[in-house]
Structure formats: C-alpha cells, structure tokens
Design a protein around this ligand. Structure first.
Ligand code: DAK
Length: 258
C-alpha cells in the first residue's frame, strides 16, 4: 500500500499514513490505501489497530485541497461518499482503532481521527475543521462526529469560525483522551493497544458494537443491544476460561479469541 505503511507488533497493527510532502493530506489514492490497509487486517490475529501519520509535523492535514479545487458538484458528492464509506468502515471496524495524532489533524484529518474509537495526541497536535474558510463544508463526517463527541455548542464554534484548537484544549473538551510528548506518543499508543489486546477479543469487539450501536438508539433499545452482545459471550471459550481463572485464583495466560 503505497501511502500507508503497515506493521504488526504482536496482536497490534500499526498503520502510518505516509505522504509527508503534502503533510499526509488525503487524496483518492491515500484513501484507497487506507481502505486496503483495513481490508488487509487479519482479524484472527489482530486485536487493536493504531493509525498515525508519518513525520513529526502532521497526522493528516486534511483532504487534498489541490485535488478538490477543480471538482464539480457530482465529483464532490462522489468524493464525499468515497471518504465517508471508508471512515464508516473504520468506525465500525470489528476491533478497536486508536488514532495517535502526531501533529495537524485538520479537516479530513480530524474527521479520520474522529472515526477511530480513541484519540491520543502529541503536544504539537492541532485539531480543526477549517473547511468554511475554503468555501466548503466538512465532508467526511466532521459536522456529525464533532458535535457528538464534544457537544454541539463547541463543535459549532470550531466549525463556523474555522477555529483550530491545540492539544490542551482538545483534551479539555474531550476530543482526545491524553496528551504526550512526541517521543512518548507511539509507546503510549502501543501500551494502550496492548492492554486492549490482552483482554478477551470477542468481549472487546462486542463492547465496541454495544457502545456504537447503542448510541444510535434510545435507552430501551440500547440495553437490549447490550443484553444480546453480553449473552453471546457465554458461547465463547474465553468466557469460560476467564471466569475459571478467576475462581481458581490464577492469572489468565492468554485469551484464544474463541
Ligand atoms: N491538501 C493538499 N496539500 C496540502 C494540504 C492539504 N490539505 N495541507 C498541506 N499541504 C501541502 C502544502 O501545499 C505544501 O505543499 P508544497 O507547497 O510544499 O508543494 C506542503 O503540504 C507543506 O505545507 P505548508 O508549506 O503549508 O506547511 P506549513 O507548516 O507552513 O503549514 C498547515 C501547515 C497544515 C497549517 C497548512 O499546510 C495548511 O493550512 N494546510 C491546509 C489545512 C486545511 O485547510 N485542511 C483542511 C482541508 S479541507 C468533502 C470531502 C472532504 C472534505 C470536505 C468536503 N466533500 C466531498 C463534500 C474535507 C475537506 C478538508 O479536509
């Protein structure tokens, strides 16, 4: 995958968007490579994914402005759907996805980070939806996910005023879970990914589904979604082994994803 480096470290996959000349901006090829990287994940082995950007300056500086500059209405609509389908694939990807935001996360970059389950960032990270300054609206879910994550008031301020926020403010408003130095960011992302990967994989996947699907419906329906996903776990070997280990007062050696 030309614009995405893919590495595996145990049960963790690390995807690095690698187009440094354009601060990792998303054109159609980069988006295709991101999709191909997710399609290539071996879900029998991988239990968490980390997405980051190459270099020390930028996670993703947005959708590619040069590529968008000449689009017609129809092309814009197609590009929006293309990106939205990929970001939705990430959002609903069976295993948790962590965005390790190592610099600019603007426009499509912030939208990519928001399609991940968890965001952590470096101190130099900058988040924003600057699209209205370019004469367009956010087009890869920015108006939707930002409002859901940090609340409509703050999201509207950022979107309408094209106001970027630094790492400390992103932490304060809940857009990121933690802020690290550049050097500490990837070790912290891997530590978190490995902590996730050490738990029963089917249970973790079901938790992701429960949170995501439950947020789309009212509480009465949401608890039914949770009940079903909870019940499914009782058909797994990992549930039996996890509970047996507790009762036998021993540490679980390894969950087998069965
Ligand atoms: N697209 C294309 N190239 C970009 C880019 C981008 N988003 N961001 C940076 N680059 C390129 C620059 O053009 C420059 O290329 P050369 O001139 O060297 O060839 C190189 O990366 C380095 O950038 P700078 O020289 O500008 O670096 P600085 O450190 O001075 O500034 C910056 C960094 C991130 C502050 C600045 O580059 C910047 O403001 N970039 C644009 C940020 C931005 O506005 N991002 C949002 C893009 S809009 C939709 C679908 C999607 C979207 C909307 C609608 N539909 C279809 C409905 C999404 C829209 C966006 O994401």
């Amino acid at each position: 995958m030309g614009y995405v480096d893919y590495e595996v470290d145990g049960h963790v996959a690390v995807m690095t968007i690698n187009r440094p000349k354009a601060l990792n901006a998303l054109n159609e090829e980069v988006l295709k490579d991101i999709e191909a990287a997710f399609d290539a994940v071996d879900l029998s082995e991988i239990r968490a994914v980390i997405v980051t950007g190459a270099g020390e300056k930028s996670f993703v500086a947005g959708a590619d402005i040069a590529a968008m500059s000449t689009m017609t209405k129809e092309e814009g609509e197609r590009f929006g759907k293309f990106g939205n389908d990929i970001f939705r694939k990430i959002e609903t990807f069976p295993v948790p996805v962590i965005a390790a935001v190592n610099g600019f996360a603007l426009g499509g970059g912030n939208e990519l980070a928001m399609s991940c389950d968890i965001r952590i960032c470096s101190e130099n990270a900058l988040f924003g939806q600057p699209e209205v300054g370019l004469g367009i609206t956010p087009g890869f879910g920015g108006t939707q996910r930002l409002a859901r994550l940090i609340g409509p008031g703050k999201a509207k301020e950022m979107v309408y005023a094209a106001r970027n926020i630094k790492a400390d403010e992103a932490y304060r408003v809940g857009l990121v879970n933690a802020v690290y130095s550049q050097e500490e960011l990837m070790p912290a992302a891997k530590k978190l990914a490995k902590a996730i990967a050490a738990n029963a994989p089917i249970a973790v996947r079901n938790c992701k589904k429960a949170v995501n699907e439950g947020l789309q419906v009212d509480m009465d329906q949401a608890v039914v979604i949770e009940e079903k996903l909870f019940a499914d776990c009782f058909e797994t070997e990992d549930q039996r082994e996890g509970m047996r280990a507790f009762l036998e007062k021993r540490k679980i050696e390894k969950f087998n994803n069965r």
